[in-house]
Design a binder for this molecule. Sequence first.
Ligand SMILES: *[C@@H]1O[C@H](CO)[C@@H](O)[C@H](O)[C@H]1NC(C)=O
Ligand SMILES: *[C@@H]1O[C@H](CO)[C@@H](O)[C@H](O)[C@H]1NC(C)=O
Ligand SMILES: *[C@@H]1O[C@H](CO)[C@@H](O)[C@H](O)[C@H]1NC(C)=O
Ligand SMILES: *[C@@H]1O[C@H](CO)[C@@H](O)[C@H](O)[C@H]1NC(C)=O
Ligand SMILES: *[C@@H]1O[C@H](CO)[C@@H](O)[C@H](O)[C@H]1NC(C)=O
Ligand SMILES: *[C@@H]1O[C@H](CO)[C@@H](O)[C@H](O)[C@H]1NC(C)=O
Ligand SMILES: *[C@@H]1O[C@H](CO)[C@@H](O)[C@H](O)[C@H]1NC(C)=O
Ligand SMILES: *[C@@H]1O[C@H](CO)[C@@H](O)[C@H](O)[C@H]1NC(C)=O
Length: 631
Amino acid sequence: MRQHLFLAAFRSLLFLFFILKIVADLNSDQQALLNFAARVPHGRKLNWNLINPLCTTWVGVSCNHNGSRVVAVHLPAIGLLGPIPNNTLGKLDALMILSLRSNNLNGSLPSDLLSLPSLGYLYLQHNKFSGNIPSFLSTQLTFLDLSFNFFTGSIPSSVQNQTHLTGLNLQNNSLTGLIPNLNLTRLNYLNLSNNNLNGSIPPALQKFPASAFVGNAMLCGKPLNLCPTTAPTPSSFPSFLPPPPEGTQRMGSKKKLSRGGIIALAAIGGSALLFFLLMFVFCCLKKKDSERSIAAKGKGVRSEKPSEDFGSGVQEAERNKLVFFEGCSYNFDLEDLLRASAEVLGKGSYGTTYKAILEEGTTVVVKRLKELVAGKRDFEHQMEIVGRLGQHPNLVPLRAYYFSKDEKLLVYDYMVSGSFSALLHASKTGGRAPLDWDTRVKICLGAAKGIAHMHSTDGGKFIHGNIRSSNVLLTQDLNGCISDFGLATLMNYPAVPSRSAGYRAPELIETRKFTQKSDVYSFGVVLLEMLTGKAPVQTPGQEEVVDLPRWVQSVVREEWTAEVFDVELMKYPNIEEEMVQTLQIAMTCVSRVPDTRPTMEEVVRMIEEIRPLDPENRPSSEEKSSNTQTP
Ligand SMILES: *[C@@H]1O[C@H](CO)[C@@H](O)[C@H](O)[C@H]1NC(C)=O
Ligand SMILES: *[C@@H]1O[C@H](CO)[C@@H](O)[C@H](O)[C@H]1NC(C)=O
Ligand SMILES: *[C@@H]1O[C@H](CO)[C@@H](O)[C@H](O)[C@H]1NC(C)=O
Ligand SMILES: *[C@@H]1O[C@H](CO)[C@@H](O)[C@H](O)[C@H]1NC(C)=O
Ligand SMILES: *[C@@H]1O[C@H](CO)[C@@H](O)[C@H](O)[C@H]1NC(C)=O
Ligand SMILES: *[C@@H]1O[C@H](CO)[C@@H](O)[C@H](O)[C@H]1NC(C)=O
Ligand SMILES: *[C@@H]1O[C@H](CO)[C@@H](O)[C@H](O)[C@H]1NC(C)=O
Ligand SMILES: *[C@@H]1O[C@H](CO)[C@@H](O)[C@H](O)[C@H]1NC(C)=O
C-alpha cells in the first residue's frame, strides 16, 4: 500500500518534472529570442513580448505541433542590423529552419548557430556577413544558403560530411582556395559562382552545370575550360550530362498537401422571387407615373433632383428626392432609376442589391435597405460621412441615396469585376482560373487600406461591422474596395444574417457591440479565406458554419503550416515564406482577445512589409524548400 502511494507520488513528480521541463524549454527559447530582438536593431517592429503568446502570435516564429519548442524563425527583410550576438539564436536548440535573408546583418557568424543540432535549413543570403564559414556544422543540415555576403576563406572541408545536404548556395562571396570533393549523394543544387575559388573542379561536382562555377577566374576543369597542362584532369573531354533538373528537389513533398473539404458557397436562394417582388414594388411606386419636372435645384454641395409624386397620394416634395453626392457625374433621377431594368445581385445583410441598367445605358448598383432603425436625421448624417469616405480609392463610393418612410435606396458604382468572394471561389465552383498569389495579396492590401482609412474617420470611431469577402469588391484592374460601410449603425444588431457568422468575432456573441477590433477579426478571417481557399460560410445541408480560425489553428498545431494553404497557390514559386507570414498576420487578427489584435493601420504596415514592392526582391527559389520538411 505504502509502496503504491510512493509510486503514485513518484509518477506525479515525474509528470510535474516533465511539464516543468517543457515550460523551461519554451521559456529558454523565448528568452533567446527576446535577447536577439533586444540586441539586434531592426527596422520593423516585432510584436515579441511576454504578453503575447510565443507560439501563436509572435511574428516570424513557429513552434512544433505541441507548442513545446520553437522550430522555425523567419525574419526576412525586416531591416536587422549588425552582428548576430552569441548566445541568442544559437540557444534555440530545437530550431530546424532559420531565415534571416535580405537584412543588413554583418560581422562573422556566431559559432553556436550553424552547429545547432536540428538545424536543417539556413537562409542568410543577401546580408553583409564576413569572416570564415564556421566548420562545425549541424549534421542535419539540408540546405545552406550564404550567397550574396562577404564571406572569405575557403569552403570548410567538413561540408564533405554533410550527408543530408541537398543544396549549397555560396555565390557572390569572396571565398578562396580549392573546392572540397563534395561526394554527397543528395546534393542536387549547387552554386559557387562569383567567388575567388581556384584549382580544378573536383570529380564529384563535375555533373553540375558551368553556371554553378562561373565568375571564379582561377577555377578550371569540367564543366569549365580545361586546366593548364600542369594538372591534366583525366575526364577533361566534353561530355553531355544533362544539367540537374532544378525543380525536383524543390517541389518534392509539396504535393502531399491535401485540399481538405471543399466548402461550397451557400447558394443564394430565392433571387428570382425577390426580383418579382421588386418589380411589384416598383410598379406600385410608378402607379402615378406622368410627366416629370426636371427642375434640378442645386442646394449647397449636393444637387437634388426632385421628381414626380408617386406612391399613394399627397407626399411632401422632400421625400421624393434622390440625393446625389458632390463629384458624381450621373445624370438620372428616381424615375429613371425605377424604370431601369433590374437584376438581383444578391441578398445581403442589409437588404437586397440590384444591378440596374438605365435606359441611357448607365449601370449602377442599387441597394434597398430593410429594417432600418435610424430616423431620417441620423440616416442623412450617416450618409454624409459615407459619401465623404467614398472618396478613398479602396472604398466603394456611394453616389446617391433616397430616403422615404417606406423606401430607402442607396446608389453605388457598379463594380465590373464582382466580389473577392466570387472570384476566389469561382475556380472551385467551375469557371474562372484561380486567382494568383500576387493578385490575392494586392486585393487584401487594398481592402486593409480601405478599412484602415475608415477606422481613422469620424474621430477614429467609425466601424464597418460586416467585413467579409463578398463585401470586398474589385475594380477593373483588381483593386480591392470595401463596400457596405456605414450601414451597421443604421441597423438592428440581429440584422446580420448567419452568412456573416463565420466572420464574426467571438466576443460579439456576448457584447453584441461591434468595435474596430471586431472588424480586425473579420478581416483576419478574410485573410485566412484567401490563404486557404476555404469559405467561412455555411455549407449547404449543414447547420455548422466553418470556423476558419479554429480550423487553421488545429491544422497548424497538429500537422504543419503548409497543410492549410490553398492547393491552387502551390504552383506559384517562391511564395511560401510570404504565405507563412501572411498566415501569421491573419492569426494575430483573429486572436480571441480583442486587445491583442493589431489595429488596421498596423495590419496594412505588416502586409506591406512582407511584400517587397519590386519583384526583384523576391526570395531566391531555393528558399521555398523550407516548408517541405515535416518535423
Ligand atoms: C512534443 O513534441 C516533441 C517532438 O516534436 C516531443 O519530443 C515531445 O515529447 C512532445 N511533448 C509533449 C508534451 O508531447
Ligand atoms: C562570440 O564568441 C566568440 C568566442 O566564443 C568571440 O570570438 C566572438 O567575438 C563573439 N561574437 C560576438 C558577436 O560577440
Ligand atoms: C556592422 O554594421 C554596423 C552598423 O552599420 C557598423 O556600425 C559595424 O561597424 C559593422 N560591423 C562590421 C564588422 O562590419
Ligand atoms: C568526417 O567525419 C569523420 C567521422 O565522423 C571524421 O573522422 C572526419 O574527420 C570528418 N571529416 C571532416 C572533413 O570533417
Ligand atoms: C555578383 O557578382 C557578380 C560578379 O562579381 C556581379 O557582377 C554582381 O553584381 C554580383 N551580384 C550582386 C547582387 O552583388
Ligand atoms: C589557390 O589560392 C591559394 C591562395 O588563395 C593558393 O595558396 C593556392 O596555391 C592556389 N591553388 C592553386 C591550385 O592555384
Ligand atoms: C563517391 O563515393 C562513392 C561511395 O560512397 C564512390 O563509389 C564514388 O567513386 C565516389 N565518387 C567520387 C567522384 O569521388
Ligand atoms: C548561379 O548563380 C549565377 C549568378 O547568379 C547564375 O547566373 C547561375 O545561373 C546560377 N547557376 C545555377 C546552377 O543555379
